[in-house]
Design a protein around this ligand. Structure first.
Ligand code: ADP
Length: 768
């Protein structure tokens, strides 16, 4: 084969191969193109200057451009200015580094103007010589994803901001006794002072541990009940802050259940309401103070809504109007029916005028309460109008001015008083000029020879001056037309005059003088009596001594007569008669004389003691009454034992007094208790005592015969005995003496008694 032939064959072969290669290339290019065209991403190629040399047709889907519009442009031509700037800088690096582009976000402007966010990935392209010729890559439209991402970020940011700004701590927790927290927002730290993380899974402490112990059970009960009923719970309770103070929390939450109806957790929010609580407290306090102020000033306030005729009253209003809040229906009628019938028309008119805006309400009228009480009130009020200028409601106050009215009436009466006064009333200046004189002063003015506007006598000027100087009331008396007049001068310093009030005290003076005279003569008489008593007791005692002396001599003489008779011879009958006289009759009479004289002697002793009682010097000391009474009782022991009387004494308080006299008083009273027992029953005497205020009060109680009512006071009178013929020895002086003694010691004695039951003698003596 010729070389030529061989060459031809080679060429043909090469052509065939080239055609085949071309066909294969076209096929692969076709495949590649159709592949590129079916994927949703935009495939492109740029040269080293950044100019698009290839663009897949779906650039139209992404950016709205035809392929031809893109070829020859750079990516920066399709971007907003700022983005183009950013990307150009990036591209400058890339043409140096040739590094691949990985998921580079870039913002482009769609042909219709809206922004499209693309995500580019690309690799550098080199020619067969290994020269860098540009980048080939794809762009994916991530606008929607980006929007979604942005929306998510935004919503997360929003949620974060919301959680942050919720004025409380949001939580998600378990329904257990710890309130185990799964989630708790940071606000909990502001509320409790503890970090939220402290409570998550009870890491540092449980939420339950900071709830006030007194509230824990209540919180649990409320939450459990609400969860059971699948309701929202709202609770107020206290938690203890980290620094120890109490924080009031309002919690609002509910149970969160899964599809099977199982409780998953609790969701809710805790809000710090300490301040609100304090405000409520302050509000309540100020409400109370307002009510208190209203009570003190007798001012009530009201609010009348004219649209629905609804009256609202403060508490004081009810008290002024004397009605029970329960029976108050709040209509105008409730009010007007308590206004005095005679003042109702007036009140209605005044209120109407105020409601119509003709004048503010400022009126006084009377109330006639259900119980008949008459009151005066002062009503004040103003109206409020709606947008049409019509009165919508009125507010105002009612003050109970009854006292003020009464005072005004009294002042009015008093202002008439000097003129109507039957005694002299005068007003004189500090210089002595007469300003006023009532009718009853006319005789005085006549005596002075003075009239209103002129001077008063010098003596009176002096009195007035003295009153002004001392700034006190001054009293003096004058004799006027046979009468004694007492004057009081009251200086009214700031006015520069004095009021003079005269009073006729002639009668009072007379009776005072009479009383003084009587007292004097009484004192004289009692002195006289005392003297007489002393003389009598003294003079009586000497003959008594004689009688006793001679009686005993007579007794021994009789003895002698009897003895002499034995040795004398005489008629037996006569002898017997004389012996009977000397032995029996005379001694019998003598014993009668002796007992009578003894009685008389003791009577004289008692009397003389009584007469001297007022002069005996007292030795006041603290007396141990337990000891004294036991001494006195011991002295009566013989009689007590003999007659089976029981005497009991409680522990007695001490008292202050003269030992001897107190002893005598109690000895007498206890002695009487024994003396006047009822023989029909076993005697029982009780002595007790107690302190009442400044006094020690003792009681000697017996179950004796008792004292009839009409004798109770008299037993303290001298010589008074309930039964003067009684066989019981006594002179009727004991209780008189006791009363005098107790009186001198600053005490009292009295008796309570019932005939047939017994008597109680109460003796009060100073404790200290
Ligand atoms: P006296 O006992 O010597 O008669 P008093 O002055 O002590 O005098 O008493 C006056 C009278 O009061 C007595 O006579 C007696 O009638 C009555 N009396 C006093 N104490 C009692 C008493 N405990 N029970 C009943 N009567 C009494």
């Amino acid at each position: 084969m010729s070389k030529q032939k061989i060459l031809e064959l080679h060429v043909r072969d090469s052509e065939i191969q080239l055609r085949a290669a071309n066909a294969a290339l076209r096929e692969s290019e076709q495949k590649y193109r159709s592949m590129v065209e079916i994927i949703p991403d935009w495939v492109w190629q740029i040269d080293r200057d950044g100019i698009y040399t290839y663009s897949s047709p779906n650039v139209k889907d992404l950016l709205g451009y035809e392929v031809e519009e893109v070829i020859g442009k750079t990516p920066f031509d399709l971007m907003p200015d700022a983005e183009a700037e950013r990307m150009r800088a990036r591209f400058r690096d890339l043409i140096v580094s040739h590094s691949p582009i990985e998921r580079l976000e870039n913002t482009n402007v769609h042909k219709d103007g809206h922004l499209v966010v693309l995500e580019a990935s690309a690799v550098a392209i080199y020619d067969e010589r290994g020269e860098f010729t540009g980048y080939g890559g794809i762009d994916r439209d991530i606008t929607i994803r980006k929007e979604a991402e942005n929306a998510l970020i935004e919503s997360q940011q929003l949620l974060g901001a919301l959680v942050e700004n919720v004025p409380g701590a949001l939580y998600s927790c378990a329904l257990d006794r710890h309130w185990t927290m799964y989630y708790l927002s940071d606000m909990i730290e502001d509320i409790t002072g503890y970090a939220a993380s402290d409570f998550i899974n009870n890491q540092e402490r449980s939420y339950a541990s900071i709830i006030h112990p007194d509230d824990r059970k209540m919180v649990e009960d409320v939450v459990r009940e609400a969860v059971e009923k699948r309701e929202v719970f709202k609770i107020e309770y206290r938690v203890i802050h980290k620094d120890g103070h109490i924080v009031w929390v309002f919690e609002h939450g509910r149970g969160y259940f899964d599809a099977d109806g199982e409780l998953v957790c609790l969701h809710g929010v805790n809000i710090d309401i300490t301040e609100q609580k304090r405000m409520v407290e302050v509000l309540n306090e100020s409400r109370q103070s307002l009510a208190e102020a209203q009570r003190i000033t007798h001012i009530g306030n009201w609010d009348w809504n004219l649209a629905n005729d609804k009256l609202t009253w403060s508490d004081e209003m009810f008290s002024i109007f004397g009605i029970d809040p329960e029976e108050f229906t709040g209509i105008y009628d409730d009010f007007i029916k308590i206004v005095h019938p005679m003042d109702r028309d007036f009140a209605n008119k005044e209120i109407e005028a105020a409601a119509e805006g003709r004048k503010p309400l400022d009126a006084q009228f009377r109330l006639l309460l259900k119980d008949g009480t008459l009151k005066y009130i002062e009503a004040k009020g103003k109206r409020f109008t709606d947008e049409n200028g019509r009165t919508s409601h009125m507010i105002g106050t009612n003050q109970d001015i009854t006292e003020r009215k009464q005072a005004e009436q009294q002042i009015e009466t008093l202002s008439r008083f000097p003129g109507e006064n039957p005694s002299p009333v005068l007003r004189v200046t500090i210089e002595g000029k007469l300003l006023y004189a009532n009718d009853a002063s006319s005789t005085i003015l006549k005596e002075w020879g003075s009239v209103i506007g002129q001077g008063v006598p010098e003596k009176w000027c002096n009195y007035i001056r003295e009153a002004f100087e001392s700034e006190k009331l001054k009293r003096f008396e004058i004799q006027h037309q046979g009468k004694t007049l007492s004057f009081i001068i009251t200086p009214v310093i700031e006015a520069g005059y004095a009021n003079l009030y005269g009073r006729d005290i002639t009668e009072r003076r007379k009776s005072e003088i009479e009383r003084e005279r009587l007292m004097e003569s009484l004192a004289e008489k009692s002195d006289e009596m005392e003297r007489l008593l002393r003389i009598v007791t003294h003079d009586l005692r000497s003959p008594l001594v004689n009688i006793i002396g001679f009686s005993s001599e007579l007794e021994s003489d009789c003895q002698k007569i009897v003895e002499a008779l034995n040795s004398i011879q005489m008629d037996e009958q006569l002898k017997e008669n004389i012996s009977e006289i000397a032995n029996e009759y005379i001694p019998d009479s003598l014993s009668f004389i002796t007992s009578s004289t003894k009685k008389m002697d003791s009577l004289i002793t008692s009397l003389s003691q009584l007469s001297q009682l007022g002069r005996i010097e007292l030795h006041i000391e603290t007396i141990n009454m337990d000891e004294m009474i036991s001494e006195i009782v011991k002295a009566t022991l013989y009689k007590v034992k003999q007659e089976g009387v029981s005497i009991t004494s409680e522990h007695l308080p001490d008292c202050k007094g003269d030992d001897k006299q107190v002893n005598q008083v109690f000895a007498n009273v206890i002695g009487n208790a024994i003396k006047y027992l009822d023989p029909a029953r076993k005697g029982q005497i009780k002595i007790s005592g107690q302190i009442e205020g400044p006094m020690s009060i003792y009681c000697v109680e017996d179950n004796g015969v008792g004292i009839p009512d009409n004798h109770k006071d008299k037993v303290f009178e001298i010589f008074h005995r309930v039964d003067p013929k009684s066989h019981v020895a006594g002179e009727g002086i004991g209780l008189t003496t006791a009363k005098q003694m107790v009186g001198r010691l600053g005490g009292r004695i009295r008796v309570e008694s019932e005939v047939g039951v017994g008597s109680k003698f109460f003796i009060a003596l100073p404790t200290v």
